[in-house]
Design a protein around this ligand. Structure first.
Ligand code: DX5
Ligand code: ZN
Length: 226
């Protein structure tokens, strides 16, 4: 992405969330999205503490790493993520995103992720204000705007979040920064159009992709709506 580019000129990337995949044949579903032209693979790590759900961790990510070429876009919904940064690097993560709500020393955490050779993302819950990341914006690669409350797939998109995306995009453009805006939660062919107009350029989608009979068509539907 070119520095400070307007979102309409950016390549929109799709990151299917495996939370909605069929876990009994996870690799099969992953290969389907890879063949269908996904850009990343979104992997939700939940600890049953920061969010009221538990998913998968480093061992599963590591097992999948050799089987798929897509960059792993790992979204940590866990308390005290600093303890696991190296583990997630070693498991094969390309992007590691932490939540601002759980980081006491966000600058240090972001530097640690980058020093490990991963792209660093910071995520904000729907009720978390943008100003909390203002002073770190130039340091991060990605800001992930949650468009549902984290913890579960298949929830309804929160329209209020569109303003946050718009404000964030204008700050990025104004300051000529090289930061991607990722959106996560309730993204489908309809809402993707709204978030892109607002300034997002990486779309996470779970149910809208993996719950469709034809995964290739589901990804195409999102791309065509853009
Ligand atoms: C929710 C997760 C999302 C989730 C999105 O906490 O971070 O990645 O899988 O699922 P959908 O697209 O079904 O809303
Ligand atoms: Zn996620």
């Amino acid at each position: 992405m070119t520095k400070g580019n307007s979102p309409r000129r950016m390549k929109i990337k799709i990151s299917p969330s495996i939370l909605a995949a069929n876990f009994s044949c996870l690799l099969k579903d992953i290969i389907k999205v890879e063949k269908a032209g996904a850009d990343f693979l979104h992997i939700d790590v939940m600890d049953g503490n920061f969010v009221p759900n538990i998913t998968i961790g480093q061992p599963v990510i590591k097992a999948l790493r050799g089987k798929c070429k897509l960059p792993f876009d790992v979204h940590l919904m866990i308390n005290d993520p600093d303890r696991y940064i190296e583990d997630f690097k070693n498991a094969g993560s390309s992007i590691l995103t932490v939540h601002v709500e759980v980081c006491k020393h966000l600058n240090k955490t972001i530097q640690h992720i980058k020093n490990c050779g991963m792209k660093a993302g910071v995520a904000l819950n729907p009720a978390t204000p943008l100003y909390l990341i203002e002073d770190i914006l130039s340091e991060v690669d990605i800001v992930l705007i949650m468009t549902v409350n984290p913890g579960f797939g298949g929830q309804k998109f929160i329209h209020n979040c569109l303003n946050k995306i718009k404000t964030l995009r204008s700050k990025i453009v104004k300051n000529h920064l090289n930061v991607d805006i990722e959106v996560d939660g309730g993204i489908n062919a309809q809402t993707s159009l709204e978030v892109i107009k607002a300034g997002a350029n990486i779309l996470v989608a779970g149910v809208a992709i993996f719950h469709e009979k034809d995964i290739v068509k589901a990804i195409q539907n999102i791309r065509h709506s853009i």
